[in-house]
Design a protein around this ligand. Structure first.
Ligand code: COI
Length: 354
């Protein structure tokens, strides 16, 4: 029998922020979705409730052992109503992360239904200004109050939503990225492929160091050789080298990005050569020296398509495309955001109506 989702509307609605000053993840909508998991009972008590604090036992496993996963997706206001971009892919990936973190499988249809109900209640929160969207953050936390190191018996699945603008302060302008040669983000066989909090916490110190040097983010190298390019933590990366677009292959330690997959699909559709393979930092630097590194950009739900105008590695700086957004990066950005906003044809059926 399908689980019933109840709705409790907030008695007091918040004032909406100025759509031109949203930043990223600063404001939250009036409601949230909660679903509980109890050992022996499964997932139950799905409900849309007013956005509120939650109360947890200080011994809850999420605080001690980081048993938690999350997702990131967006809703867009288009001329033709509110749309989601490939939302089912996010719930599929959430379950892959669940499997890696020993969190019980979540009924993807139920999670999706919860999202649709939440979006329906908070539909006025989907912004319409240029470059804005409603960022959706589904996540699961382990709530059992017990300090033994084993999978929690109880969990909460929640969805919160935030009207957002650009992820980076640079907006759509190229970002500067530091190639990290000391710390690593993930190792093969670890949890790098899962969307779990620890991967992000592990990157914070290097990110802070990079920021102090004037770089927005860190480009991670592989954890074994510190040689092969992995990802930027908040985005996957692509390089256009001598006419061919290259992106690191999925190797278990990088995130299987939905925007990454969409970009690869688009490039193939346009007959632009694209390779998913290992690429070393040495190959990249050599390509730069030879004038063959034509463009670089990152992809992600939050960042969308973010051109990379400069890399720093071992105290050397490598400016890409004179620090400007490349032609292909622009075309991909315009196409993906156009599909999302319903202004460009969607040949792949990626957009889903609410
Ligand atoms: C996303 O692109 O949705 C991410 O999860 C990246 C980041 C904001 C953690």
């Amino acid at each position: 029998m399908a689980l019933e989702i109840t709705i409790e509307r907030s008695a007091q609605l918040k004032q909406k922020p100025d759509e031109n000053k949203l930043g990223f993840g600063q404001y939250y909508t009036d409601h949230m979705f909660i679903l509980e998991y109890t050992e022996g009972k499964g997932w139950h008590s799905g409900r849309v409730v007013p956005y509120q604090n939650i109360s947890l036992d200080p011994a809850a496993k999420v605080f001690h052992y980081g048993q938690t996963v999350f997702e990131g997706m967006k809703a867009y206001r288009t001329e033709d109503g509110i749309k989601l971009f490939r939302p089912k892919k996010n719930f599929e990936r959430l379950n892959k992360s669940n499997a890696r973190l020993s969190i019980p499988h979540l009924d993807e249809e139920l999670a999706y239904e919860g999202l649709i109900k939440l979006l329906d209640v908070d539909r006025e929160w989907v912004p319409s200004a240029e470059g804005t969207s409603l960022y959706i953050r589904p996540f699961i936390i382990a709530t059992e109050p017990a300090l033994g190191v084993n999978p929690s018996l109880n969990y909460l699945f929640m969805i919160i939503m935030s009207p957002v603008g650009a992820y980076y302060a640079e907006g759509v302008n190229p970002v500067k990225i530091h190639v990290e040669s000391h710390f690593v983000r993930a190792v093969a066989g670890g949890v790098g492929e899962a969307k779990t909090a620890g991967n992000y916490a592990a990157g914070l110190n290097a990110q802070e160091e990079a920021k102090d040097r004037g770089y927005s983010q860190v480009l991670w190298l592989d954890g074994v050789h510190r040689k092969y390019i992995e990802e930027v933590g908040s985005m996957n990366v692509f390089f256009k080298i001598n006419g061919v677009v290259v992106t690191p292959q999925l190797n278990g330690s990088i995130l299987n990005g939905i925007t990454r997959n969409s970009v690869i699909t688009l490039l193939k559709h346009w007959d632009v050569p694209v390779e998913e393979r290992r690429i070393s930092i040495d190959e990249l630097i050599e390509a730069h020296r030879n004038g063959q590194l034509e463009e670089a950009f990152g992809t992600g739900t939050a960042a969308v398509i973010s051109p990379i105008g400069e890399l720093s590695y071992n105290d050397e700086k490598y400016v890409i495309n004179e620090g400007k957004t490349g032609e292909l990066s622009s075309k991909i950005y315009d196409t993906i955001t156009g599909i999302q906003k319903g202004t460009v044809e969607d040949p792949f059926g990626w957009l889903v109506s609410l």
